[in-house]
Structure formats: C-alpha cells, structure tokens
Design a protein around this ligand. Structure first.
Ligand code: MRU
Length: 426
C-alpha cells in the first residue's frame, strides 16, 4: 500500500493522508518531491512526483499543493530537490549563486502566502550559514535535504500545538464555521484552523462544523468537506452566501479560519470571502479567530494595505474543472474507451470553449474536463485573497499561545520572529 494511503487505520484524524513528502531512490541517488494532487481531490486521489524544481513551482501555481504552511514546506523541499537532482555547480561560490536564483523563483511562485518565501529564504539562509562555516558543495546539498525533512516534522508539531492552544477559545459543543481549507492538506499534516477543530472535537468543544464552499475553486467543498468526513467530524457543506442566515439563526458559535499573511497590526490576508465572514461574525456577536503558525506573521508589513493580493486566471470563475475515473460498465463501453485512447489521450472539441480529455491511467481510464458556464466575453475579477482588518479578529491562535488585541484595538506582532516571542504578552 502506498505511503499516502493508510486505509486500515480507524476513522479519525489519523486517517488523513500526508500532503507532501520526500522520496529518494537509493540506487540512482535521484530524489522526488511527492504531493497529493489537490486539484483533483476528492474525485481522484493521485500523487504528483516532481523530480525538478520547475515541476514543484508548477504544482504551486496550479494549486496542486496549496495552503500557506504546505507552501512553506514545499519551498524547502523544492530547494533540496534542485540541489540533489539538478545542480551541477562545481564549487561553493557558484552553487550558492545558483541557489539564490532558484530561491527567488520558488519564493515568487505565488505572492500572498508569506510562508512560501519564508520557507525558501530559510533554506537559502541555512546553506549560506553552512558555507560560512566551511561546508563543501556535497555537505550543502545534504544540509538542504535534512532541513527540508525537518520542516515537514516541525510543521506537524506546530499545527498540533496550534490545535491544543485553540481548544481554550471554544466553549463546549460549539458549532464552528470555517472558510477555505486550512486543514491537514494545507499543511504538512494536521492543519491550523482544522487542527483547532480536530483538537476541539476530541475535547468535546466542537460538535459540528459548517463548511463554506469557498468559490471560485471550492477548497471548502472539495477539500475541507472531504477531510472532515475522513476524520469523522460531523459537518455540513454550505454555499458561501448562506453563513449570514445561519449566524442570525444562532447556529454558529465561533468562526475559525487560517491565514496567508498576518501583518504586525494583525490585519490578515486569507482566502477571498474571509473578510465578509468576519464582518458577518462581528454583526452577529460570533467570535472570529485566526489559527496560524508564527511563520505566517510578516512583521515587515505594518498593515494589510501593504499585502500583495494574487489575481488568478478568470477561467476559475468562468467555469469549473472536473476529474473522474471512467468505469466502463459493459464490454461495448470498454471497447469504445479503449479505441478512443489507443493512440494516447483523446481530446474532444466542444463548442463554447469547454474542454474534455479521456486518457488511460495505470489502472483504468480518466476523464478531465473544464466546463464553462458564463457567457463568452464576460469580464471577470478574480482576486484569490482578501484582508480582514484586525478589529474583527477576536484572537490569533499560534503554536506559542493566543494573541489578543491591545487596548488600542490592534495586535502588536512586530517581534513575532524574535526568539522566545510570547503572543499572549504582545
Ligand atoms: O489559494 P489557496 O488554496 O492556497 O488558499 C489557502 C488559504 O487561503 C488558507 O486558508 C490559508 O493558506 C491557510 S492554510 C493553513
């Protein structure tokens, strides 16, 4: 059974798959960064095996791997992958110069989640520090690999601490609403906002979760809903425009979401739609919490106005992607699919800009499509994130404790990356 599928384990958090991992072929010395393809979950459970740094960058931009902490870990792994599989620089100086270029490329693959550049810069700094202490090229490569693996383990440990710390903000049997996917899939393992929900469920503080669908690409409807079912946490999927009436009806006791970048004053970028949920929560006196590692805090930005918001492809709004396993139910159907795919993947020409492909896989056939549901020529606005002002955030749950607003109504996170930072005293 592959590493990422652990089907025999009992229903519960432990049934969740790993998001991203490192594989090394001892014989060839070639490494791979493996990740669950989140563009196809939950309809298909497929693993992407990257052997080049550009493939990891593609996985990041297409959202095959996504979520701020998972992006941080991916960055560390991407640099290690480049070092082991691609770098051919003979000396330390040229190795570090090439590493700097790769670091910039990885760090800039997506702009909003600060963890991506944080992970890339951390790995880069590690190599520079090793070189300053006299390490040669071989040692630098192994140092990058060791650090990347350490980042996976650290991320899980941090998320489990976030989960434990978050339990205290929830009252017994709470109904919690969440937006997007800040779950195990968005991290190396366990999740931030969903980490709080998993720990809260185990402690009897969470009875039920409302899952925002999260348009346009449905990280809530596809990923969070799937995770909660795997983990055995009772949940109900809603469209993004349904939370107002649920809050008014007293059906939501708390909101817990993740973050992509938190400014020094607590203004927080997260998936588009989060700001609206925060305003609704404020209106209905529902506490609204952010759950995130300290690495998501960007102390260099004073306020949310300075956050760069990623604009994504209009096609995410114009239509929807669909992937499915084809399961021929008769010999005729099977012959037809066999015939269609005999010379490779079969692309169909559809009127109106839709796309459809049938291809063979290791164990059958697969259908991938993109179907348009908007008129040709429509103008689209598609920002991936919005910024929730600090005044709407009741607390920021981190691995070091829960930060609260100061008397001046904002957070004071300027020293979040200093050794021994205590968010409860900030
Ligand atoms: O575009 P995505 O799917 O990467 O956006 C993810 C989010 O907005 C998450 O809420 C955030 O990264 C926190 S993940 C723990």
């Amino acid at each position: 059974m592959p590493y990422y599928e652990r089907k025999q384990e009992p229903m519960g958090v432990e049934a969740l798959p790993r998001t991203i991992w490192w594989e090394l072929d001892e014989q060839s010395g070639q490494a791979a960064v493996c990740l669950i393809d989140q563009t196809r979950l939950p309809l298909l459970k497929q693993v992407i095996r990257c052997t080049k740094v550009d493939q990891v960058c593609d996985a990041i931009t297409t959202l095959a791997v996504r979520g701020a902490p998972a992006l941080g870990v991916s960055a560390g792994l991407a640099l290690a992958l480049w070092a082991l599989n691609e770098s051919a620089e003979p000396d330390v100086e040229s190795f570090l110069a090439a590493l700097d270029r790769v670091t910039d490329k990885v760090a800039n693959a997506r702009p909003t989640a600060v963890n991506l550049s944080w992970g890339a810069r951390r790995a880069n700094r590690h190599a520079h520090e090793m070189a300053a202490s006299g390490a040669g090229v071989g040692a630098l490569k192994m140092g990058l690999v060791d650090l990347a693996k350490q980042m996976i383990d650290e991320d899980e440990a941090i998320n489990r601490r976030i989960g434990e710390n978050g339990v205290s903000v929830l009252s017994e049997n709470s109904q919690v609403l969440t937006h997007c996917n800040a779950g195990s899939l968005a991290t190396a393992y366990y999740g931030t906002a969903l980490g709080v929900i998993y720990s809260g469920f185990a402690a009897g503080r969470v009875s039920h979760v409302w899952v925002d669908e999260t348009r346009p690409v449905n990280q809530g409807g596809r990923l969070t809903a799937w995770e909660l079912i795997q983990a055995g946490v009772p949940s109900t999927l809603i469209c993004d425009n349904m939370s107002a009436s649920l809050m008014r009806a007293g059906q939501v006791d708390a909101v817990v979401v993740g973050a992509d970048r938190i400014c020094a004053n607590g203004d927080t970028a997260n998936k588009i739609g989060t700001y609206g949920v925060a305003v609704l929560a404020h209106e209905h006196h529902v506490p609204f919490y952010i759950a995130a590692p300290l690495s998501t805090i960007d102390p260099t930005l004073a306020s949310g106005d300075q956050i760069v918001i990623e604009q994504r492809n209009p096609r995410e709004v114009e239509g929807f992607d669909i992937s499915a396993t084809l399961d021929p139910s008769s010999p005729v159907e099977k012959r037809a699919v066999d015939w269609l795919t005999q010379e490779g993947p079969m692309d169909f020409t559809l009127k109106g800009g839709h796309k459809m492909r049938i291809s063979r896989t290791d164990d059958g056939y697969q259908l991938d499509g993109w179907f348009k549901k908007t008129p040709t020529g429509v103008k689209v606005y598609n920002p991936a994130f919005d910024v929730t002002p600090a005044r709407y955030i009741a607390g920021i749950i981190t691995e070091a404790g829960v930060a609260r607003r100061g008397a001046d109504g904002v957070y004071h996170l300027e020293h979040a990356h200093d050794q021994g930072f205590d968010p409860t005293k900030a």
